[in-house]
Design a protein around this ligand. Structure first.
Ligand code: GAP
Length: 434
């Protein structure tokens, strides 16, 4: 973990939020490469949901909603609360499911457990009182249920169909931990599948398999993934059935995505509380059941990084072998890699060569995420690009000036091929399937 967190900072993937002020409450910022990679994860998910499944439409609802939404959804009652205890000596608070008898920090005596609601409060407008209080959303899907009728009326959809949404969610977690694994502000990618109650079990199994296939397609090792069914007593307040997709983190197996059968909990409660008819009419009226797939973009980002992290003792290139350094390679799949192509002049002190290399860079930059890099020896630059997960390095050398060819080096195999500059764009387009 320490090695990976330091790499993510060093290479501009993840920074601690408000670091210049000593950091802030388990919040993190995604740096220049981190935001590229997280955007790629979201893009792949969006493509999978809304393009490959033509019966799913997208939505982007507001983070702030009427507090009535959260009363109806059950998030303001005991169901969406953690039990916590406080140490009488050091006053730190812990979730009861994470401790034994005494304070894990100072061994002090603990108070009796108390329920602690996880909704983040805020106020709308200049007055701060009960009438202006609302909440930052704790899950994106409530915006989907609140818009169910709007989508139904505007999009000519028929059940079974889905609504997908990506966006920020907030929870006042008592014990955020494990870097970006559990934070108070995070991003969810949720899809709600509305179906006939009779078909709910069938679609639950379908979505469970579809989601697992997506992780495997994007390169996560099969041995690092598993399903875990939630026992009845651990089900969330809205769920009839739930299975988690778990990833094998360095701190153990933990959930990265939940697949839930939410029954008609949400639509029927919103219908009751809003007074609006949220039933679906087929031969008769009924509340559709909801099968939900709910993944955290930040947790997925973390799993993709962990799975791609590879360290070679003694190095694999001549430069590292001679200094006996360890070499790090981020073997991220080409779809998710933040930078697809680095364009490098062999040396930086030859104007003609630099000019030619910049021409290649300009030729490619509107098609792929590219980086121009001339700082340091070519061996060092290859190493830096390997650590950033860049899939290909294109190097222009003196032969380029003579015959318009350059070398293309592939990150994982380090195989180098010479190609004509005129072929490069199509070669990369084909490889990246864009
Ligand atoms: N709408 C259902 C729902 O929100 P959840 O199991 O509470 O279900 C779904 O959350 C996913 O959201 C989790 O699998 C995880 O990836 C992500 N998630 C939840 N809480 C999180 C947190 N505090 N920090 C980061 N990601 C979180």
């Amino acid at each position: 973990m320490t090695k990976i967190i330091s790499l993510l900072k060093r290479r501009g993937f993840v920074f601690q939020s408000s670091e210049i002020y000593g950091g802030f409450g388990s919040c993190y910022d995604f740096g220049p490469l981190g935001v590229e990679m997280k955007n790629n994860i979201k893009k792949e998910w969006w493509k999978e949901m809304t393009r490959y499944h033509d019966d799913i439409v997208g939505l982007d609802s507001a983070i702030l909603m009427s507090p009535k939404v959260w009363h109806a959804s059950g998030h303001l009652s005991a169901g969406f609360a953690d039990e916590l205890v406080e140490c009488k000596k050091c006053h730190k608070r812990f979730r009861t499911d994470e401790i034994n008898k005494n304070c894990p920090e100072c061994r002090g005596e603990l108070t009796k457990p108390k329920k602690f609601n996880l909704m983040m409060k805020t106020f709308i407008g200049p007055l701060e009182n009960e009438t202006t209080q609302t909440y930052l959303r704790a899950e994106t899907c409530q915006g989907i249920y609140a818009n169910f009728k709007n989508v139904l009326d505007s999009m000519r959809v028929k059940i079974p169909f889905g609504i997908a949404q990506i966006g920020k969610a907030f929870r006042n977690e008592i014990n955020p931990k494990n870097f970006i694994y559990r934070t108070r502000e995070f991003e969810q990618m949720e899809m709600q599948w509305f179906c006939n109650p009779k078909e709910a079990d069938k679609f639950f199994d379908y979505w469970k398999e579809e989601r697992m296939k997506w992780y495997l397609k994007l390169g996560i090792k099969k041995s690092n993934l598993r399903f875990k069914e939630a026992p009845k007593k651990e089900l969330a307040h809205y769920a009839r059935k739930a299975v988690d997709i778990e990833y094998c983190f360095p701190f153990g197996w933990h959930e990265i995505e939940g697949i839930h059968n939410r029954g008609d909990w949400d639509l029927s409660n919103h219908s009751k509380c809003s007074g609006k008819d949220l039933t679906y009419s087929d031969e008769k009226k009924f509340f559709p059941y909801v099968i939900e797939t709910s993944a955290g973009a930040d947790r997925l980002f973390f799993s993709f990084i962990l799975d791609a992290f590879c360290e070679v003792e003694g190095g694999r290139t001549e430069t590292t072998k001679s200094t006996k350094e360890k070499e790090i390679i981020l073997k991220i799949t080409k779809e998710l890699a933040p930078i697809k192509v680095a364009v490098l002049p062999l040396v930086k002190n030859n104007d003609q060569l630099v000019k030619k290399t910049k021409e290649v860079f300009n030729l490619l930059k509107s098609h792929f995420t590219c980086q121009y890099d001339q700082a340091g020896s070519i061996g060092r630059r290859y190493r830096r690009q390997d650590e950033e997960g860049t899939v290909w390095c294109l190097t222009c050398d003196f032969q380029t000036l003579e015959d318009n060819t350059l070398t293309i080096r592939e990150r994982d195999t380090m195989k180098q091929e010479r190609k004509n500059i005129s072929e490069i764009r199509n070669f990369l387009k084909e490889k990246l399937d864009v």
